[in-house]
Design a binder for this molecule. Sequence first.
Ligand code: WT7
Length: 631
Amino acid sequence: MIQRITDLRDYFKQYDKSIQEPEKFWAKIAKTFTWQKKWDKVLKYNLHQAEVNWFVGGKLNITENCIDRHAADTPDKVALLFEPNNPNDAPTKITYFELYEQVNQLANVLKAQGVQKGDRVCIYLPMISQLPISVLACARIGAIHSVVFAGFSASALRSRIEDAACKIVITADGGKRGDKVIDLKNIVDNAVNDVSCVECVLVVKHTQTKVAMDELRDKWLEPLIDRAAKTCEPEMMDAEDPLFILYTSGSTGKPKGMVHTCGGYMVYAAYSFQQVFQYEENDIYWCSADVGWITGHSYIIYGPLLNGATSLLFEGVPSFPDYGRFWQVIEKYGVNQFYTAPTAIRVLAKQPSELVEKYDLSSLKVIGTVGEPINEEAWHWYDKHVGKGKCPIVDTWFQTETGGIMISPIPYSTPTKPTFATWPLPGVQLVLMDPEGNEIQGKSVDGNLCISFPWPSMARTIWGDHQRYIDTYFSAYPGYYFTGDGSLRDQEGYYRITGRVDDVIIVSGHNLGTAPIEDAINEHPLVIESAVVGVPHDIKGNALYGFVTINDHSQDKEQLTNELNAYISERVGPIAKVDYIQFTNGLPKTRSGKIMRRILRKVATGDLNQLGDTSTLLNPECVEDIIKGKL
Ligand code: WT7
């Protein structure tokens, strides 16, 4: 078992140890797991080349640690709980022993379809039991899973399938979200049409939606599972073999397939889950994120299961059948740790307070947030109405790239402070950088957030493009990992993440790159060019504001706006819709032709007094024009 941090002194002690003797620190934690072969060396790295190896030479299978250990010790303990979209439908439970059998069965099905170690499998499923089971079945046989959030469009799905050359896609006939049904199989059909790498689409029957089945390519999953054997030997994996690919938006170009590996990811997901949520035996833990994001990978599936926890998955949305749903679910299961996003809290805080007051939330011990900065008002509402002033709030900062939580209070050890993610977890060495690339020392300062030493769950590369990995994360500050975020460090050394310093915009907790949205807009025949920036928004954190240059201004603007959003929905997904679209005659450019987003951001937020020097622009006259047209 991983030793839990017990109080503030213990946190400092563990933190110091992790910095002074990192290899010894992580080896001690890694030893609590089942390894087929012990590692020869704990850490080998060169951050300039973005080369990082943890537990070198070690052999393991993460599913043995997630499942087999607990299926042997506590077979009847519930591993996963499923709360369906409709509260009147029956929930399901899967014990550790049942999980063992079901994962093995699907693993055998995948093998029978010709999936081998190292092959990529795309998983495009709603939040139903087959989603974590598919993830674990891939891991069981050493196939690399690439989960794509089932809210992404066909073309976003297609580009991810093609990028990783996935052999199999696992999907469902449909997904339920509140009173809507999403035709997932239909979307997959559009995505894989003419995609030669995909040999087989496995389909889960869930919504009973009528779907077209391609005789040669598509198969219903259930009958195959029913016939499959319930044991499957775990594939022996090298600690540095890829476990999964998960795509995240970049500020430019196509999405980046972040690659996480077996050994280090396992150790850090388990360790961070244990420390941040202080999970105790028999607790019920609930993270409301979707498995399609890193939060779901690490803190719905891997982190909890590695610790033998009971993890709840919720298929629905916070607004169905009404805005009390989250609180009803907490009462129903007696949830002890609840983990959600600031955007959800902001929406729920706007509802009549009896919707939360009428439920018994006294089971809660720890409540958490992730995905974006939490504003002061939302923090206090969460504290008062959900935590009832007695549950520590863990404001957890991390990224798809970091694999696990890097900054967070340790409940009942770290004194919390509204809007501060507080201190790094043991093993995490943070630094703030000034624009010249010097480390900023001391307190009450702000700068660009970097990490100066490897941690076990860091992404190892971008699938198929290691140079891009180096360029994106290790070249701004050679020898350091650059997060892309700005941060404050206050007089107590507490960190508060202030937001992205690049062209990634976090909308409702979704990490959106501006490039794919602009590409979608630019495909419209009337559009010449476009730039999308973020503006502060009460509920979503940020909203999207697009500047779109068109030649013909006689068009109906409302209709054109709708058309552009339809383009975005189709090419990126509905989550990327632009809230405000301003039509322009031109965009401010530098002499080298780069769009000056800094100026557009200021116009969009109404910060017109501080536009800075516009005289060096190629076309300074267009700024005036844009200010006049501001929405
Ligand atoms: C970006 C990473 C981490 C899982 C979900 C998002 C922002 C994340 C916080 C927080 C302020 C946060 C950062 C980060 N972010 N957590 N607690 N406070 N900002 O994963 O899609 O890879 O996005 O989310 O800007 O860089 P992601």
